[in-house]
Design a protein around this ligand. Structure first.
Ligand SMILES: *Cc1c(COP(=O)(O)O)cnc(C)c1O
Length: 417
């Protein structure tokens, strides 16, 4: 065994696990709303010698020698992100979306300051102040919820809540909210109590970049955080965008505040993925993600499934199973669909009565299957198939036919040809 031997030769066990995972991805439909498939180019950038290099600091002001090419790729990632989003300042070093949020909190909040955000069980994120997360331990957090009737956030109620709570930061954005936020209104609410507005676009970074979802930068948000692996296909990681006035505070909050050396192989992946997102093809792709979600939501609704808020504006929908299938839990649904090769996740729904391990809903997204090339025709097929499985979760014959149909779709639409 030498230093140059392949993974296959050096570590066949890990090599096999990687092959198996790739095969699992090829032979199932990834409808988890937060997942996607990156291009071979992004994979190549991420699996590169960039992983060897320390580049603490920022382009032009590193704490290590030999950073010429680090500066080159980081500047490319930053410049492309600025162009994509119209941002004044961009930091591409956060290791994840959660780290991006940490960077923003650390930049302008002190221990014990107040955050107003959407609750996790109504679609928010752990890093928005949940008690098991650092954000819930370091800050005083109060949360808004969606109206159980409409499934939408109620801005008058948030305004009243802000008035009473007097937060230092208002957070918008969510992991399981099928509608657009009114960012302009949230900026206005934050301004009215002299708070910052942070918009977390983790799920919709690609939709904003693709011009098919409102851009909170245009609506006055002070900070916009994102993940780079969900609807934008730039590899696993996070990013922060902000007004120029917060640039220094954000940069020093990320490094040295919250992180050490950046993951430069991932920064290289971000540069490549952002470059791809600047193309016309990506704009069409982003539109297709949303079009596909609308078709899927229609198939579900026409077949009697109840969707939180009645539909979707973006890439995901939340099926509330309590109306149509009271004895089928989110966990049951997730497992029945996995049996046929459709991968979704169980999800709590507004007014949830079951535990987060069981739940009464599933979250279904279109980014991954749109990347595979699915358009309306395939979406109708897969939508009907999902409905049939949910209606007959114990019918093994129906499920084995459904599994064959899923295999046909996977074969016809490979991820990596
Ligand atoms: C996915 C997500 C994040 C980031 O998650 P990481 O797993 O830390 O990358 C942050 N905020 C929201 C709203 C998300 O959905």
């Amino acid at each position: 065994m030498t230093f140059e031997d392949s993974l296959e030769e050096v570590d066949p066990t890990v090599a096999e696990a990687i092959d198996n995972e790739r095969e699992r991805q090829e032979s199932t439909l990834d409808m988890i709303a937060s997942e996607n498939h990156v291009s071979k180019a992004v994979l190549e950038a991420q699996g590169s010698a960039m992983t060897n290099k320390y580049a603490e600091g920022y382009p032009g002001e590193r704490y290590y020698g030999g950073c010429k090419y680090m500066d080159e790729v980081e500047n490319l990632a930053i410049d492309r992100a600025k162009e994509l989003f119209g941002a004044e300042h961009v930091n591409v070093q956060p290791h994840s979306g959660t780290q991006a949020n940490m960077g923003v909190y650390f930049s302008v909040l002190d221990h014990g300051d107040k955050i107003l955000s959407l609750s996790l069980s109504h679609g928010g994120h752990l890093s928005h102040g949940h008690k098991v997360n650092f954000s819930g331990k370091f800050y005083e957090v109060e949360q808004y919820e969606v109206d159980p009737e409409t499934g939408r956030v109620d801005y008058d109620e948030i305004a009243a809540h802000a008035e009473e709570f007097d937060p230092d930061m208002v957070v918008s954005g969510a992991s399981a909210y099928p509608r657009e936020f009114d960012y302009a209104r949230l900026t206005e609410i934050a301004d009215s109590v002299d708070a910052y507005h942070m918009a977390d676009i983790a799920h919709i970074t690609g939709l904003v970049a693709g011009g098919v979802h409102r851009n909170p930068i245009d609506d006055g948000a002070d900070f916009v955080t994102g993940s780079t692996h969900k609807t934008i296909r730039a590899g696993r990681g996070g990013m922060i965008m902000c007004k120029e006035e917060y640039a220094d505070a954000v940069d020093s909050a990320v490094f040295p505040g919250a992180q050490g050396g950046p993951l430069m192989h991932n920064v290289a992946g971000k540069a490549v993925g952002f470059g791809e997102a600047l193309t016309d093809e990506f704009q069409d792709h982003a539109q297709q993600i949303v079009d596909n979600a609308k078709v899927l939501a229609d198939v579900f609704s026409e077949n009697g499934l109840s969707l939180v808020s009645g539909g979707t504006d973006k890439h995901l929908m939340l099926v509330d199973l309590r109306e149509s299938h009271d004895d089928l839990t989110g966990l049951d649904a997730e497992e029945a669909l996995e049996d046929v090769g459709v991968i979704v996740n169980k999800n709590t729904v507004p007014g949830e009565t079951r535990s987060p391990q069981v739940t009464s809903g599933i979250r279904v997204g279109t980014p991954g299957i749109t990347t595979r090339g699915f358009e309306e025709e395939q979406i109708e097929t897969i939508g009907q198939l999902i409905v049939d499985v949910l209606n007959n979760p114990a019918d093994e014959e129906l499920k084995s036919e459904a599994a064959e149909e899923v295999q046909r779709l996977c074969d016809d639409f490979p991820i990596y040809a």
